[in-house]
Write a protein that binds this ligand. Structure first.
Ligand SMILES: Nc1ncnc2c1ncn2[C@@H]1O[C@H](COP(=O)(O)OP(=O)(O)O)[C@@H](O)[C@H]1O
Ligand SMILES: [Mg+2]
Length: 323
């Protein structure tokens, strides 16, 4: 299943969550959030990226009522979060980072209970649909403690979906989950988005953000460093680098290749290309370059081409910010 963020164009710019000047200083005196401003639009998948301890879980906790902010305002669904709190909270789902559920309960009971917690009438058909979608239906009578780590994480997702939230937070939903299950979860998250759920996820797997998110935000030391559309970020900072091994070393870049961004390496034995963007433009240019090399009698023995990923960009940004 292709989950490209590129092809999605029908997204409203209606804000669903507006955070302004949010600060949190914990009782011990540690400031985990410093003046966070962030607006999330209806229907988008937003990935919040940041190193351990950056404040991701604190930020989510503040919106979900688990962390009391020190200052700042938050609006959800167009209303101040301090007004009508219960009815607003009922429209928010949270998949917590930590497993916090009664291990001796069965899957079905736990998920039904989560729905009831928000004042919704029981809906066995809906719960069955959720459990089936998460491949938990066969395990519905199992005690949670008997499930594998990945299955337990699915239960957390089922619990968060049980009351059909419009805004869903997933705090590192795929941490410690194997690759196959992770892919499965991405597909589930994409389906939710297609149904109109707005999704905010935190992750350590940058690949996950790159593949799924409409926008990414980078948080570091309690401050949002950057928010940008994933596609434009990749386009702006994504790069292609190609190392072309030459049969005969060159003393300088031939005039006919002046149109390419080239330099020589390895004493003229290697032609180094840099250019393009995060969306294949560089690869196409390298393909054209190889034709020009052949046409001009410059033989090559090898091409090593690599595209920078969001991971590279992320590391560069954090190093840049720390410098
Ligand atoms: N209850 C708490 N009391 C004191 N400090 C806390 C508490 N919870 C989190 N912190 C600190 O706040 C910072 C941000 O934590 P957290 O929001 O969990 O970060 P992240 O989810 O990005 O890893 C960390 O330095 C953490 O140690
Ligand atoms: Mg966290």
């Amino acid at each position: 299943m292709e989950l490209s963020p590129v092809s999605r164009i029908t997204r409203s710019m209606e804000p669903i969550l507006e955070i302004s000047g949010l600060t949190k200083t914990y009782a011990g005196g540690f400031t985990a959030l410093q003046g966070v401003d962030l607006t999330i639009n209806k229907g988008e998948i937003f990935a919040l990226l940041g190193p351990n301890g950056a404040g991701k879980t604190t930020l989510i906790g503040a919106v979900c009522g688990l962390v009391r902010p020190s200052s700042g305002t938050m609006r959800v669904f167009g209303e101040d979060i301090t007004r009508n709190w219960r009815s607003l909270r009922a429209r928010i789902g949270l998949v917590p980072q930590e497993l916090a559920t009664d291990m001796f309960e069965t899957v079905l009971h736990t998920v039904n209970y989560s729905r009831g917690l928000f004042g919704l009438a029981p809906d066995p058909a809906r719960i069955e649909e959720i459990l089936r979608a998460l491949s938990l239906w066969d395990k519905r009578k199992a005690q949670i403690r008997a499930l594998s780590g990945g299955m337990k994480r699915r239960v957390l997702i089922a619990k968060a979906l049980a009351h059909e939230p419009d805004l869903l937070f997933l705090d590192e939903p795929t941490a410690g989950v194997d690759v196959e299950l992770r892919r499965d979860m991405w597909a589930q998250i994409a389906k939710l988005r297609d149904r109109g759920t707005t999704i905010i996820l935190t992750t350590h797997y940058i690949e996950e953000a790159e593949e799924m998110a409409d926008r990414v935000g980078i948080i570091q030391a309690g401050s949002i460093r950057m928010v940008e559309e994933t596609r434009s970020l990749m386009k702006r900072l994504g790069r292609t680098e190609a190392h072309i091994g030459l049969v005969t070393p060159l003393a300088c870049i031939p005039e006919v290749l002046a149109g390419y961004n080239l330099s020589l390496a390895q004493g003229g034995h290697e032609l180094l290309y840099r250019g393009g963007d995060g969306y294949g433009g560089g690869k196409a240019e390298v393909a054209q370059l190889t034709k020009d090399l052949v046409a001009n009698g410059i033989d090559y023995t090898s091409i090593d081409i690599r595209e920078s990923s969001l991971e590279d960009i992320f590391v560069d940004l954090l190093e840049g910010a720390a410098a």
